[in-house]
Design a protein around this ligand. Structure first.
Ligand code: FAD
Ligand code: NAD
Length: 468
């Protein structure tokens, strides 16, 4: 059958735009469909990029206020222009989205703005924001429609006082106080942004620890770090309901003892996870099914129940991370081309962009215990690093978990300055089966944060750390 395109990608987030680019590079005729009139998806527009723009800016403000004084630097009349703080973030988003548009043009990818909806497994109708419609046919489709903020029973998001991360990234005025429901990744990142610029922040978390999906030692250390920013963490608390009380938001929850409590603040940020987004996609006109959590069902090659339709990123099972979506994007396109591409979910790292950053890859210590895998451990504090002392970044540690049998790296968990970049060394070691002994032997430049890794590897393999 003659089709308009070889591949049509629905959704222009990191899954969609990477799929489109790789497909064009491999010689396919490609179109990308995006519902909003801006390319880049959650990550570029209301996720990774704007969050990091505010995290970095707030960190500078906080450092000037609290850190540089002891280095002999004084700044008078420090103040924060909140509108410019938010405006600059909008500029960063625009330049990243423009970058995606440039890449579409450079790779001769047709961009179609509008909501894509399957009419059948070979045809998609695209309805633009002005109501106009267009139908395209393709041999293959890749669904990359991402996710939206989720909520919990009793909590209705009104986008005024009870908001999601999307609104929290674009506030008109700085709140005096904010209650955050959920001490997961969004919760602790947004808590950091607002606490650093002087907002009173309280996190209410259901689990008994912050960032509960990560190694527990990380959550405990992160809580100490956030305490220093005056962020209050109320753990083992189950939120029951929220209410917009006009000038304040009110949150009712059961505390750790099961006693009902209420707390009020200017805003309540709901950060209890995200849900896959398939609304309006016309899946009912195909054989494509959803799992119990609303995610598109695929096989291990990411193929749906329709042989020519694949799905990737937040809309399918797995961690909701931009680089996971990107890995799946190239995997699917290279599979369609007939290759044998690489995709290893076990070595996908996760980073929380607090300061210091929290980074993780592989098994947590709790998972190794649960699986009865014998392991050895090497731990090293940033406090003992010359570079960390020079920069006054003393919080945190690195923890290496390696097989007791042969030193294979099973997991690495770091909370410490620049750990987002350091974790990549563990990814390489795990991917290419380089053990703790070998990682302890190689040279690390001095003075760098990377030396904490060397000492942790030396501890793990039994040679003993040098610097402690
Ligand atoms: P998305 O980026 O969600 O893109 C999907 C796109 O599809 C959207 O543009 C949507 O409009 C479009 N779409 C949906 N339905 C249709 C349709 N029917 N027709 C046409 N278009 C449609 N991840 C990280 O790895 N690092 C981070 O630092 C990070 N920070 C984050 C911070 C925040 C505040 C949030 C909310 C998320 C963050 N994430 C981060 C997660 C990351 O944004 C997602 O994992 C990633 O964007 C998923 O990519 P995706 O391509 O699957 O979907
Ligand atoms: P999350 O799953 O990380 O955290 C949600 C938290 O809410 C959990 O800790 C959970 O225990 C808590 N919770 C649930 N119900 C509750 C209740 N009734 N009362 C109190 N607490 C409750 O989800 P998120 O922080 O919303 O982030 C969504 C997704 O976005 C994540 O999957 C994450 O991967 C992605 N993200 C990634 C980054 C990053 O990579 N740096 C940044 C932001 C978001």
């Amino acid at each position: 059958m003659q089709t308009d395109f070889d591949i049509v990608v629905i959704g222009s987030g990191p899954g969609g735009y990477v799929a489109a680019i790789r497909a064009a590079q491999l010689g396919f005729k490609v179109a990308i469909v995006e519902r909003y009139n801006i390319l880049g998806g959650t990550c570029t527009v209301v996720g990774c990029i704007p969050a990091k723009a505010l995290l970095d800016a707030s960190e500078h403000y906080h450092d000037i206020q609290h850190k540089v004084g002891k280095m002999g630097i004084s700044v008078e009349n420090l103040n924060l222009d909140f509108s410019r703080f938010i405006e600059r973030k909008a500029g960063v988003v625009k330049s990243n989205s423009d970058g995606v548009s440039y890449l579409m043009r450079k790779n001769k990818i047709t961009t179609l703005f509008g909501t894509g909806s399957f009419l059948n497994c070979n045809q998609v109708k695209i309805t633009a924001s002005d109501g106009s419609e267009k139908t395209v046919t393709a041999t293959y489709f890749i669904i990359a429609t991402g996710s939206k903020p989720a909520t919990i029973p009793g909590v209705e998001i009104d986008k005024q006082r009870i908001i999601t991360s999307t609104e929290a990234l674009s506030l008109k005025e700085q709140p005096q106080s904010i209650v955050i429901i959920g001490g997961g990744i969004i919760g602790v990142e947004m808590a950091s942004v607002y606490a650093r610029i002087g907002t009173k922040v309280t996190i209410i978390e259901y689990a008994d620890i912050l960032i509960p999906t990560m190694d527990r030692e990380l959550g405990r250390e992160l809580q100490k770090v956030l305490n220093k920013l005056n962020i209050e963490s109320r753990l083992s608390c189950r939120v029951q309901s929220t209410a917009n009380k006009g000038v304040q938001a009110e949150v009712t929850y059961l505390d750790a003892a099961g006693v009902p409590q209420t707390i009020s603040a200017d805003l309540c940020l709901v950060a209890v996870g995200r849900k896959p987004y398939t609304t309006g996609l016309g899946l009912e006109n195909t054989k494509i099914g959803l799992d119990e959590r609303g995610r598109i069902k695929t096989d291990e090659r990411l193929r749906t129940a329709e042989v020519n339709i694949f799905a990737i990123g937040d809309v399918v099972a797995g961690v909701m991370l931009a680089h996971k979506a990107e890995e799946e994007a190239t995997f699917v396109v290279e599979s369609i081309k007939g290759g044998n591409p690489h995709l290893n979910y076990h070595t996908i790292p996760s980073v929380v962009y607090t300061w210091p950053e929290v980074s993780s890859v592989g098994y947590t210590e709790e998972q190794l215990k649960e699986k009865n895998i014998a392991y050895r451990k090497g731990k090293f504090p940033f406090l003992a690093s010359g570079r960390a002392r020079a920069a006054d970044d003393l919080d945190g540690f690195v923890k290496v978990l390696a097989s007791d049998r042969d030193g294979e790296i099973l997991g690495m968990h770091i909370i410490g300055a620049r750990s987002a970049d350091l974790i990549q060394q563990a990814v390489i070691a795990m991917e290419f089966e380089i053990g703790d002994t070998e990682m302890g032997k190689i040279c690390y430049p001095h003075p760098t944060y990377s030396e904490v890794l060397k000492d942790a590897f030396l501890e793990s393999c039994g040679c003993g750390a040098i610097n402690i």
